[in-house]
Design a binder for this molecule. Structure first.
Ligand code: NAD
Length: 291
């Protein structure tokens, strides 16, 4: 039976550490870290994510702002707001919650974000820093996965890792973080043939396909660490992962549940990114974020 990695518990410990660090930073710089979230439109799932981010930021003692814009907001109006956030002294990091309404080009939005405030790690500058393996702000969910592996004592160095999914926000940065940690990494995606043959090589299997129940016991090497990033809303309204938990649990060595696995870590790492962005901005001598 696999050891279940409790993301809620790990994230709680992480947030406690951030709250302590926030006190120290506040004493040193005379103000708390500032996080802003921009929400355009009224997608119900996005509204929940934004509320959770706002609450978490307040709980650790951050200055927190949410900018809620109507669904018919023009791209120009949104870019104006981003310009304000880029200049705002009290804001160290911000993100624009995706998805955006169709009249807004997400690429134009990403290009408008000051990379030094890019706590989602999506701008070309931050993506390039990850690719080059230099310090920078990394996307939150893949960092959360690395922290879950660390908490379970799973060391990627020298291991075979397989990432299912190649998106810019999860799959690709995940693969690079594992590569940076010394794993031999394979990326599987929707064009991959014989997925079970590929995933069965993995000592560490990270699944971020957004396909409920895609991964069963036939995909998993006995003893592997299986991290399920997928969040799929079932017809019954319940959240389901990409991994068939009850089938995979007896085979795997470690497994994360959905909900209560990767999700809580994403927010915890968003807070850490904001804290690091503040330290970076506030320290004239440090011209790259500390990670
Ligand atoms: P995406 O749709 O942008 O990318 C999905 C990727 O999976 C693609 O690269 C695609 O090639 C691959 N894929 C799809 N079907 C596949 C199949 N049958 N076999 C192999 N590969 C397949 O999604 P995303 O933004 O990367 O998110 C992935 C999942 O993770 C979603 O369920 C999303 O909701 C979830 N997610 C969770 C968190 C969290 O905090 N828990 C954060 C971000 C995303």
């Amino acid at each position: 039976m696999a050891k279940i990695i409790d993301g809620k518990e790990v994230a709680r410990g992480f947030r406690e550490g951030i709250a302590e660090e926030t006190k120290r930073v506040r004493a040193r710089y005379g103000r708390p870290p500032g996080l802003a979230v921009v929400l355009v439109g009224d997608d119900p799932a996005s509204a929940v994510y934004v509320r959770n981010k706002e609450r978490a930021a307040k709980e650790v003692g951050f200055h927190s702002e949410v900018h809620r814009l109507p669904a018919d907001t023009t791209q120009q109006a949104l870019l104006q707001l981003l310009d304000q956030l880029n200049r705002a002294e009290e804001i160290d990091g911000y993100l624009v919650q995706l998805p955006l309404p169709p009249q807004i080009d997400p690429q134009a939005v990403v290009r408008a974000i000051d990379p030094e405030k890019d706590v989602d790690g999506l701008t070309p500058v931050q993506a390039g820093r990850l690719l080059l393996g230099v310090q920078g702000l990394r996307p939150c969910t893949p960092q959360g996965v690395m922290e879950l592996l660390r908490s379970a004592g799973v060391e990627p160095d020298g291991k075979e890792a397989v990432v299912v999914g190649r998106s810019a926000i999860v799959g690709k940065p995940m693969a690079h973080l594992l590569l940076g940690a010394g794993a031999t990494v394979t990326i599987a995606h929707s064009h991959t043939r014989n997925l079970p043959d590929v995933t069965r090589r993995a000592d560490i299997l990270v699944v971020a396909a957004g396909r409920a129940g895609l991964i069963g016991s036939e995909h998993v090497k006995p003893g592997a660490a299986v991290i399920d990033v997928g969040t799929n809303r079932g017809e019954d309204g319940k959240l389901k992962g990409d991994v068939r938990f009850s089938e995979v649990e007896p085979v795997a060595g470690f497994i994360t549940p959905v909900p209560g696995g990767v999700g809580p870590m994403t927010i915890a790492l968003l807070l850490r990114n904001c804290l690091e962005a503040m330290k970076w901005r506030s320290s004239a001598s440090l011209k790259s974020p500390v990670s």
